[in-house]
Design a protein around this ligand. Sequence first.
Ligand SMILES: Cc1cc2nc3c(=O)[nH]c(=O)nc-3n(C[C@H](O)[C@H](O)[C@H](O)COP(=O)(O)OP(=O)(O)OC[C@H]3O[C@@H](n4cnc5c(N)ncnc54)[C@H](O)[C@@H]3O)c2cc1C
Length: 529
Amino acid sequence: MTSAAHDVVVIGAGANGLVAAARLGQAGLRTLLIEREEGLGGQGRLVELAPGFRAAPLGLDPGWAPAAIARALRLDGLERHGADTALTVVVEPGLLLTLPRDAGKASEAIRTYSPNDAGKWPAFTTLLSKLAGFLEVLYQTPAPDVSASSPGDLLPMLGLLRKFRALGRRDMIEFLRTLPLSVWELLDDWFEHAPLKAAVAAGGVQDHRQGPRSGGTGFVLLHHLVGAPAGSVRGRPPWRAGPAAFTEAAARAAKRLGVTVRTGAEVSRIDVRNDRVAGVVLKNGEEIAAGAVLSTADPATTLLDWVDPVWLDPEFLHAVGNIRHRGCTGVVTYALEALPELPGLASKEALAGLVSLTPSLTSLERAADAAKYGRVSESPHVEFTVPTLLWPDLAPAGKHVLVARAQYAPYWLRDGATWDATRRDALAGSVTAAIEAAAPCFQSRIAHRTTWSPLDLEERYGLREGAPSQGELGLDQILFMRPVPGWGRHATPISGLYLGGAGTHPGPGILGGPGWLAAQRLLQDRGRR
Ligand SMILES: Cc1cc2nc3c(=O)[nH]c(=O)nc-3n(C[C@H](O)[C@H](O)[C@H](O)COP(=O)(O)OP(=O)(O)OC[C@H]3O[C@@H](n4cnc5c(N)ncnc54)[C@H](O)[C@@H]3O)c2cc1C
């Protein structure tokens, strides 16, 4: 059966698909947004863990929404929460270091452990903020076109160069030095207190199948700080309206701007005729004709699984096949009868921030070693948050939800082993034991536990190899090399087929950034035609 034609079909109703569809609707295109799940929001959607308990398990960090996109689409309800949600690291059971975003207060907290580190903290956070600030500029424009030759194409590059020079000589050098650096070296350069270093370094390996000693983890740390307020070392402040505030706002905008939304519809093929996209085919066989298709599913799935290879150059297909995903994060969520108690915690509000249970860079590296050899770490790096402290309605009155992220739990296991119930239970057991070590009696408060291995994330969220990034944040997989070298500007070799998910520039955690740029590219190409 063939259904009515649309100007554009957008695949996937996560942050990027919703933004792309809203932008295209705003430009007057008849836009159909297709989502395989029943609900909207992609990785950001709230899921029910147990009757009355909900969470957005992948949203430990709420991400950054570029203000220009929010303004252009009039996204509402995007105020940040006023609480200075902190980063806390367990130094040892009963001893905790809590670092608010306020650098002065954080400095005071560090002083107990190291006056030397306390003195350096404000300068360190200022530097991170400056360097991430330059990425913020880079991330709001199309990826630099290294083959540009016309004055029109070179102009944006000159603008970027001017902004780069505005960093000043010292910070320009610092920026170029930090990107390829390992977070281990970066933090060793600055600090001496092991738990402090580990707490910051975990941002450099977030969802990354490498340890803190690996080159390029300096870049990953900065990437996750883009859009964060000064003083931040891990992530951005939460939304006041709830963990799914961004995708809910984008969904409202898409509907307001005339986008037709279909949920529970799974795309299984992209129809190409004469080198040009002709529409999509759903799993149930329904054909949907469209003048253009913008996919926010990951680039490898879109190009390798949904497009007949006859339409693509073997070299290009080879490059797409080589995109590294390497999911390595497991998520364990707990429905709790009561708030966990961590002896030594100054205030329970800190549990609404990020609590990291890894006390040293060495422990972090050892946890990564397991993944290197295809094993699940027996002492994984665990960090968690209790979202019900900010949004009590996520659980019945007086009860709580705790979301824990565990690394390293690699998708690819040694000797062809696969994730099964035994492995999943073992991972959940390690995570529970790690939390129990810091919060005695934690186990007795668990009403329900849910565990997602990377395989579950793949099956449940459509994340290839369980990677929320849709493509690892390696230095060779960013900017004009994301998803593959030379194709960083959202078009593909197939006319009318565009990519706009997290696997494209500027990447994960930049809510709506890739979708917006992809939609702009599509509109620009239509203008040219
Ligand atoms: C609250 C929140 C916080 C986050 N924090 C971070 C962070 O700190 N760091 C980080 O790196 N990332 C983070 N992420 C994830 C990251 O931001 C992602 O980059 C972003 O959510 C990706 O959005 P997306 O639209 O590209 O992909 P997704 O959210 O994965 O959406 C893709 C959509 O496509 C749909 N789909 C897949 N296959 C099909 C099909 N065959 N047919 C139809 N539909 C299909 C999926 O169901 C899904 O809804 C966060 C995400 C959220 C929402």
